[in-house]
Ligand binder design. Structure first.
Ligand code: SF4
Length: 185
């Protein structure tokens, strides 16, 4: 019997290759917990696409709470941080912390995240936070840099074949604002 993995997902394009890598070895449940995503319409678009793809693969899909108030409270004062900075530390901590808590409470064997597939993410930063959270909850963290071995390139190709929507900002209000400012230059 396969071991049970709770996989934190932020969107379908970031998850497609990771799922392809994991499904033969693990019984994967997709956990969409992303209170960082702004605005709500964007959240719904990313969630629904991921949900539909999980259904296509006959995987369990769970949506976490869209507790944006908690996310804003915890990242207060870090609005001007660059991507990969201190705000992202808190953001990863919130999302991976909740994933690990749920995985432990519901007797999964491990938890993981798709976030490292992105070339805009520092895998070391995510790894350190994931390991710390794993120690706290006493559950295994499947620590992988998914962008390695052309992972990101393959993910882009697979996403294109599926016709997935690909966002051009990470997710939060502040990353969206930076995207909008760059577009004006
Ligand atoms: S840039 Fe991305 S990872 Fe960083 S705080 Fe915003 S949504 Fe979270």
């Amino acid at each position: 019997m396969k071991k049970k993995l709770l996989l934190h997902s932020c969107c379908a394009p970031c998850s497609i290759y990771v799922l392809q890598q994991l499904m033969s070895e693990w019984q994967v449940t997709v956990y969409f917990y992303d209170p960082n995503i702004h605005p709500r319409a964007e959240y719904i678009q990313r969630r629904d696409e991921m949900k539909g793809y999980a259904e296509k693969l006959k995987l369990e899909f769970i949506e976490g709470p869209y507790d944006t108030f908690n996310w804003i409270q915890k990242t207060r004062g870090l609005e001007k941080e660059p991507e990969k900075g201190k705000r992202c530390d808190v953001c990863f901590d919130i999302r991976l912390g909740e994933t690990a808590r749920k995985a432990k409470d519901e007797s999964y064997d491990a938890f993981a995240t798709v976030l490292t597939i992105s070339p805009h993410k520092n895998a070391k930063q995510i790894s350190l936070i994931g390991q710390r959270i794993a120690d706290k909850f006493k559950i295994d963290f499947l620590d992988r840099d998914w962008k390695k071995n052309e992972g990101f390139k393959i993910a882009c190709k697979l996403s294109e074949e599926e016709g997935f929507y690909r966002q051009d900002y990470c997710g939060c209000l502040f990353s969206k604002r930076n995207r909008d400012l760059k577009a004006k230059l």
